[in-house]
Design a protein around this ligand. Structure first.
Ligand code: CU
Length: 263
């Protein structure tokens, strides 16, 4: 067990990109952002049409003293129904299809992290109120004496897949990496999985997105994206220190598990 940290949360930047979203520092986050942007464009067009229609009608009937709805004709009702179905099909159909594409090609597609020999694997244990992050250490295996554990500080190298397995020891927490468009529930008794890839170096924010108790706000951490050689050097030294300080009798510290296969 090694490297208790978490004091550096205040350093995390609050960069803001387009649409007021947190700056995207990931390889695939732009796909989420473009879906949101598309959704906003649909909203804008529909709101403009509806408000325009409202203003037009106010103008058209401005002199009327008594106006009663006549329910329209059969033809006008059919036209409204057809227009509503077309709008629903185009707007929701497009968003649905593109969301499915993202799920199939990125979020639920583990061929990239499984197949890439440089993939970094992390076991994350959420607890009230910190993120315990476990790295396999020099032997490449989890739940062994040279595992490195950091508190509320994730470290990953840039440009390679990061495969996360996540659980919780107490209540439901939510791992959020806003700059990487990652959100994943941490549920006691199960191991949830996701993956992402950092596009550039820097320090980013980690948050808990489930209200998990009175000190929920303390689950703010940092994600450090490092140059691969810096990451390797850090892990080598931390793993050496961890092996030296390993204590077999410290049962609560040994929460790691054998790496699970991809879902
Ligand atoms: Cu939490």
């Amino acid at each position: 067990m090694q490297e208790a940290s978490g004091s550096s949360a205040a350093e995390a930047p609050r960069a803001v990109g387009t649409l007021g979203l947190p700056e995207d520092a990931s390889a695939h986050g732009h796909r989420i952002d473009s879906l949101l942007a598309l959704s906003h464009r649909f909203d804008f067009v529909l709101a403009t049409v509806m408000l325009g229609w409202l203003v037009l009608m106010l103008w058209r009937f401005r002199g009327a003293r008594r106006v009663a709805a006549d329910g329209g004709t059969q033809r006008s009702r059919a036209l409204v129904m057809v227009a509503a179905l077309i709008i629903f099909g185009v707007v929701d159909g497009t968003l649905f299809a593109r969301s499915l594409g993202y799920l199939d090609e990125v979020l639920w597609n583990f061929t990239e992290p499984v197949g890439n020999p440089n993939t970094v694997r992390l076991e994350v244990n959420a607890r009230q109120w910190a993120w315990e992050v476990r790295y396999a250490g020099q032997d490449g295996r989890f739940a062994t004496a040279d595992d490195v554990v950091t508190w509320s500080e994730l470290r990953v190298p840039v440009g390679v897949p990061v495969w996360v397995q996540l659980t919780s020891t107490d209540v439901v927490h939510g791992l959020a990496l806003p700059n990487f468009r990652v959100k994943l529930d941490a549920v006691p008794g199960r191991v949830n999985q996701t993956w992402f890839q950092a596009a550039r170096e820097g320090t980013w924010e980690v948050a808990c997105y489930q209200h998990c108790g009175t000190s929920h706000y303390k689950m703010r951490g940092t994600l450090k994206v490092m140059a691969p050689e810096d990451y390797a050097a850090w892990l080598r030294e931390a793993s050496r220190q961890a092996a030296r300080g390993h204590d077999d009798s410290d049962a609560p510290a040994h929460w790691g598990w054998e790496w699970r296969p991809a879902p």
